[in-house]
Design a protein around this ligand. Structure first.
Ligand code: NAD
Length: 277
């Protein structure tokens, strides 16, 4: 099953599995079990963050799995307060330490926090992690077009990805178009809408699920994959994580894709990056 997950080439020269597993709001006490389950199910791409307080347990699961390090793609993110207090190098070293790893596959600035206006300075430090090989790729999260424009104008390395809120009612078309022009891959967080609206009951999703004999969540993940998004759904339940991974045995038709595309309301369910500071 693992082999069916497409790999996407990043501008760093490395590749990322298009389907991964996120651990936001996974309690530290549950995280090692949850990540071990995800690795057993077949996921080889894990997305955590210092702000999730579970890096130690993610690292313990990776170690316990016995899977060779180079077969796992691990992302973590700089916590906002470490960005704000300009302890970027210290925060990065502590993440590696907590994860028990000597390199990351992807390190992200979690939020731009534009009122503080440190993200260019932070990015220059990120560039040193890419240069010394401790981060195979570097990227950003929750960046809006003006933040990306500023980075592109003032720094050397183009972010490999921008991880942003993205699901059928918030499809981020303008941002995606901008990113595609610059070779920045779009990674979808909250890909299932975080359960904050009735995504699975919406007709185009429910109808496609019925037509293909799959669950609505599988239709939504398939929609992400077919639109080219990197996607990292989360579940504590092993059955659901297996269901979310079992999305390579069917394909949505052009009409089904168009019907889901038409659900876009340009409406966030999470924080606005211009206001998170
Ligand atoms: P999500 O859209 O993945 O939704 C998760 C919720 O969907 C869970 O509560 C679960 O109960 C439900 N669910 C999962 N699989 C299901 C299934 N098969 N059937 C029915 N319900 C199902 O939301 P998320 O966890 O916020 O996003 C995914 C990942 O994105 C996170 O875990 C994290 O790694 C990342 N993330 C990043 C940011 C950021 O600021 N960069 C913010 C939020 C999340």
């Amino acid at each position: 099953m693992t082999n069916s997950v497409p790999s996407i080439a990043l501008n760093s020269g490395t590749t990322i599995p298009q389907l991964g597993f996120g651990v936001f709001l996974v309690d530290p006490d549950d995280t090692q079990r949850v990540v071990e389950d995800a690795l057993e199910v077949g996921y080889r791409h894990i997305d955590t963050a210092t702000g999730y307080n579970n890096e130690t347990q993610v690292g313990a699961a990776i170690a316990a799995s016995g899977i060779p390090r180079d077969e796992i793609f691990l992302t973590t993110k700089l916590r906002n307060d470490h960005h704000k207090d300009r302890d970027v190098a210290g925060a990065f070293a502590r993440s590696l330490d907590m994860l028990g790893l000597d390199y990351l596959d992807l390190y992200l600035i979690h939020w731009p926090m534009p009122v503080n206006d440190f993200f260019v300075e932070t990015w220059r430090t990120f560039e040193t992690f890419a240069a010394d090989g401790r981060a195979k790729a570097i990227g950003v999260s929750n960046f809006l077009v003006p933040h990306l424009e500023k980075l592109l104008a003032e720094t050397d390395v183009v972010p490999a990805v921008n991880q942003v809120e993205l699901h059928p009612i918030f499809q981020q078309r303008e941002l995606k178009e901008f990113q595609a022009k610059h070779g920045i891959h779009t990674e979808a967080w909250g890909p299932l809408g975080q359960g904050k609206y009735d995504l699975f009951g919406m007709n185009p999703i429910a109808d496609a699920a019925k037509a293909h004999g799959v669950a609505p969540a599988q239709v939504v993940i398939r929609w992400h994959l077919q639109t080219g998004n990197i996607v990292i759904p989360k579940s504590n339940s092993r059955d659901r994580m297996a269901q979310n991974f079992d999305v390579f045995g069917f394909e949505l038709s052009a009409d089904e894709m168009a019907a889901i595309d038409a659900l876009d309301e340009n409406r966030r369910v999470g924080g606005n990056p211009a206001e998170v500071n």
